[in-house]
Write a protein of this length. Structure first.
Ligand code: GLU
Length: 490
């Protein structure tokens, strides 16, 4: 049997990380088995439709690098892949069920149903349709339909029997039919419900494995019954564990970022998100944590997906992002942030901006973080720290800074772009300037830092000179000397 799996989102506006995990596991499974991955849009709940949601979804998958073999945009032999374009099919299938006595028309109004629910709730019973229309004769039902009375179609759940769901992750899960509602299959507006459309499409699209979130497990016995009613073989089921917050509450929009788009904005790399999400439920055979997509395709297996909820740990995601960035060469990292630094490159030239990135990249957690650090080092300085400024009230320190400025100004221009040599030359100039007044060690460097930045902390000075370049270094030194003179008592 060939493997055909699907990701079947309802287009409600954004891609949830749980949805990404479902799509990814389906993708890994399909690629590993040489099967096909299908995208099917389940848009039968018209009240939840969001304009542009499908395009948005596709662009996020595009960014992630996850491609579908069949779907609304990829095409395929089993289309249309959008459920609202398949309405006729669902109606025909409901008629088939009704013919065989597995579905019946229900004329109960929303008010009747509401009263039924309220009464059941008052008696502490689980709200369920009381099946009153199931008892109508076929004749009577047909008459009322003929008279144009609004109605829905419900499935006739068999009484007193067990429905068995065989799940590749959970084993056998047994449901008593008495706990299953006579589910609406076709609504009065002619649209199918999720259950009917899902089963009909999975069958017609020859889906071999249904891999989806645990929240769909309670629906599965209804689906199993529908397959039985139609006389179809059901696909194999695999229900993935829930995603949890670190406090083990269910991951929801209210508890933090759940949209893939949010993580994209935070600077998480697509390959990191794939790696991270792959580990939410699936346990590799060793304790490795870094996997490329092709490694995942090789190693993934449904047998190693657990039942217990998987915790989505944001700290770990940032750690993983940092690991991926750490592994990039200076060239690669620079190429990845080049666009975000275009204005600085135009102003300062590529070599110095790149050098700044190389100097400052240690421990960055995202591209945004790297860009921020580079921007900061080129930005104007904040007002001087008073304690640092006070160091330059000292006449010796001032003379040393003056001497340093003179010596730096004499360095040959090309040296300013030979960063390693510049580092040595700068240190030498500073030490020699210090020697003229007996200033050395920590005192020397504190005075030089005070003159260059006015801040107690910052990048190593011998590297900052390379980043800033001749003009700015000399200007900063002159500026602080001028300020000191301004401060000095007359
Ligand atoms: N439309 C459902 C969803 O939004 C699909 C569930 C399934 O895969 O059967 O997740």
């Amino acid at each position: 049997m060939s493997v055909r799996v699907r990701y079947a989102p309802s287009p409600t506006g954004y891609l949830h990380v749980g949805g990404l995990r479902t799509a990814l596991y389906n993708c890994l499974f399909a690629r590993q088995k040489g099967g096909r991955l299908i995208l099917r849009i389940e848009d039968t709940d018209q009240t939840r439709r969001v304009e542009g949601a499908v395009e948005n979804l596709l662009s996020v998958f595009d960014w992630i690098g996850l491609a579908f073999d069949e779907g609304p945009h990829a095409g395929g032999a089993f289309g249309p892949y959008v459920q609202s374009e398949r309405l006729d099919l669902y109606r025909r299938h409901v008629s088939q069920l009704a013919e065989a006595g597995h579905a019946y028309a229900c004329f109960c109004s929303p008010q009747t149903l509401e009263a039924m629910r309220a009464e059941q709730a008052a008696q502490n019973r689980i709200p369920m349709y009381d099946r009153r229309c199931r008892r109508l004769s076929r004749n009577e039902a047909e008459k009322r339909i003929g008279a144009g009375e609004p109605h829905v179609w419900r499935m006739a759940v068999p009484e007193r029997r067990d429905v068995l769901v065989r799940d590749l992750i959970r084993g056998e899960v047994r449901f008593e039919s008495a706990t299953l509602d006579d589910q609406v299959l076709l609504k009065s507006d002619g649209f199918p419900t999720y259950h009917l459309a899902n089963v009909v499409d999975d069958h017609l699209m020859q889906i071999s494995h249904v891999i989806r979130g645990e929240e769909w497990l309670p629906s599965t016995p209804k689906h199993v019954l529908l397959y039985e009613f139609f006389g179809w073989e059901a696909p194999q089921f695999a229900h993935l564990p829930l995603l949890l917050n670190p406090d083990r509450s269910k991951m929801s929009k209210r508890s933090g970022d759940v949209a893939v788009e949010d993580y994209r904005k935070k600077g998480i790399l697509p390959e990191v998100l794939i790696n991270f999400v792959a580990l939410l439920g699936w346990h590799p055979s060793d304790d490795r944590e870094i996997f490329s997509l092709s490694e995942l395709v090789r190693e993934f297996s449904l047998e190693r997906v657990g039942k217990a909820g998987a915790v989505f740990d944001q700290t770990k995601l940032l750690w993983m992002n940092a690991e991926y960035i750490k592994a990039q060469s200076d060239e690669a990292l620079f190429e990845n942030v080049r666009r975000a630094l275009a204005d600085l490159i135009a102003l300062n030239g590529e070599p110095r901006v790149k050098y700044a990135l190389v100097v400052l990249r240690g421990g960055v957690t995202s591209y945004d973080d790297a860009v921020k650090r580079v921007r900061e080092v080129f930005a104007p300085l904040p007002p001087a720290d008073p304690e640092m400024a006070a160091l330059l009230d000292d006449e010796t320190a001032r003379a040393v800074v003056q001497e340093l400025e003179t010596r730096l100004a004499k360095l040959p221009a090309p040296l300013w772009l030979r960063f390693d040599e510049l580092e040595t030359a700068f240190k030498q100039c500073a030490q020699e300037a210090g020697q003229t007044r007996g200033l050395k060690g920590k005192n020397l460097w504190r005075a030089v830092r005070a003159a260059m930045t006015g801040q107690p902390h910052g990048p190593e000075l011998a590297r900052l000179v390379g980043i800033w370049g001749r003009e700015r270094v000399l200007a900063e030194l002159k500026r602080s000397l001028a300020t000191v003179i301004g401060h000095a008592p007359c």
